[in-house]
Ligand binder design. Sequence first.
Ligand SMILES: Nc1ncnc2c1ncn2[C@@H]1O[C@H](COP(=O)(O)OP(=O)(O)OP(=O)(O)O)[C@@H](O)[C@H]1O
Ligand SMILES: [Mg+2]
Length: 499
Amino acid sequence: MVKPAYEQRKELEEILKKELMEEISPEAETVGSKEGSKVHSGSIEFDIKPEELESYLNKYVVGQEEAIEIIATKVCTHFNRMKIENAIPEDERLVGNIKSNMLLIGPTGVGKTYIVKLIAKRIGVPFVKADATKFSETGYVGGDVEDLVRDLVHEADGDIRKAEYGIIYLDEIDKIASSGTMYGPDVSRTGVQRNLLKLMEEAEVDLKTPHDLASQVEAAMEAQRTGRITRKKINTRNILFIVSGAFNGLQEIISKRLNMQKIGFEKAPASVTDKQNLLKKLSTEDLIRFGFESEFVGRLPVHIVLNELTVEGLYNILKNRYSTVVLGKKLDFRAYDIDLSFTDEALMMLAKQAYQEKTGARGLLSVFEKTLIKFEKTLPSTEIRQLIVDKNVVESPDRVLSEMLLNDSIKSFQKNYLIRHGIFLEFDEEALRMVQDLASKNRKSIKQLCEDLFHDYHHGIKLMGMDSFKITTEAVQNPSGYLENYIKMNYNKQSKGAS
Ligand SMILES: Nc1ncnc2c1ncn2[C@@H]1O[C@H](COP(=O)(O)OP(=O)(O)OP(=O)(O)O)[C@@H](O)[C@H]1O
Ligand SMILES: [Mg+2]
C-alpha cells in the first residue's frame, strides 16, 4: 500500500534531517568531524570495535562488503593501538613500528572517497582529503605535501595534539607513479613519493611554512621576546594515511606476472569478475612495476580492492534509504514543493542506464539529471505538485512531460471556464493532440489558444441549456462553424421531437 503523501514527506524530512544535515557531504573537500572519539592532550579515547564500524559503513555503502571488512578492521586497530601505545612511556615503545596505512584500488565512483569520509565522520578525527596530483616535489608549482599535515591542524581547530591523530586521504595516487622514463615529470613524481613516504612513517612537520612571510615575522618577534626560537611541530607518527586510485593498467601487470610464473599462455581477462579476481592477487612487486618506489609501497601494507559496481549494485544504491542520489534529487524537487517518487521498475532502468556510463555510482547522478532536468525546469511554473517517475518517464521523458504540461494547461483552462461560465468543456484525446500542435505552431500557450478558440462558446452552450460540452477535432478546426452546426442539429432534433 502506498503511504499517504504527508507521511512520505514526514519520513523523508526525518531522514534528510538526520543524515544529510549531519554534514555527510561526500562532495565537500574536507569534513570536519567533531564527535565520536575524543582526543585531548596527547591521549585518545577510542572505543569503536571493527564490527561496529563495519556495520555502520555497510548501512551506507553498497557492494563493497569485503573491502569494508578490511578497512573497518584496520582503522579500528590503528586507533585502538594508538590508545594503548600512548599509555606506554616513550622509551619503551616499539621501534620501527609500521602503521596500517592503506591503499584503496578501484575504478571511479565505487565508493573510495565515500568510505573514507564516512569513517572520518564516524570516528570523529580530523580529516583532510587531497589529490596527489596537486603536489610537486619542490612545493613551488603545486602544493607541498607537508601542507596536508598543516591542514589537519586547521581541521582540528588549531589543536596540534588532535591533528596528530587525524586521517590524511590522498586520491589519484596512481598519478604519481612514474612511467619508467626517468626525466621530465617522472623525476618530480618520484620526488613526491619520497616526500610522502617520510610523512607516512614518522616526521616532524613545522606548523608554519618557511615561505610564509607573516609567520617568519611572527617567529622573529617571538624570538626577540623570549630570547629563543621556538618551533611548533606536528609529529606524523599516529596519522593514518589512506591513499587511493583507479590504477588503470595494473591488471595487465598482474596478469603478466602470473603468466610468467606459469608455463603456457593465459588469455587476458575479459569479464569484470575476472579482472576483479586478478586485482585481488596484487602483490607489492606489481605496484613497483606500476611505477612506485619500493620504499613508498612498503609504507602501505594494507591493500584493498574495491569492486566495480554491477547493475544490481547500482540498483541497490538507489534503493538504499540513505542513498544521497535519490534523497538529493527528492530535495531538488522539494525545493519547489513537488513530491518526487520512483517506481522500482524505473529505478532498475536508471541503474541499467547508469551502468552503461562506466563511471560507477557517478553514472547514477548523470542519468538522473538527464532524465529529470526538463521536469525540474518546467514543473515549478505549473500547478503540478507530484511527479512519479515510472517506466514511461525513463523511456521517453520528453513525451511524458509534454503530456503532463498539456493536461495541466487544459485543466487550468477548464477550471477557469467552469468558474466563469458554469460550463465544463471536455476534450477528446484527438482534440487534445490537435490543440497541442496548434499551440506550438502558433507559439501560443495552450491556455491562451483555448481561450481564443472558445471565447464565445458559452452563449451557444447556454442557449441549448447544457452545462457541459465535448470538444472534438472539428470544434478545434472550426470553432464557430462547429458550434453553429451543433446548435442547428440540436434545434432540429428538438423541433422534430416536438412535432
Ligand atoms: N558503493 C557505493 N555505495 C553507495 N553509494 C556509493 C557507492 N559508491 C559511490 N557511491 C555514491 O557515489 C558518490 C561518488 O563516489 P566516490 O566519491 O566514493 O567515488 P570514488 O570511488 O572516490 O571515485 P573517484 O575515483 O572518481 O574519486 C558517493 O558520494 C556516493 O554518494
Ligand atoms: Mg574519490
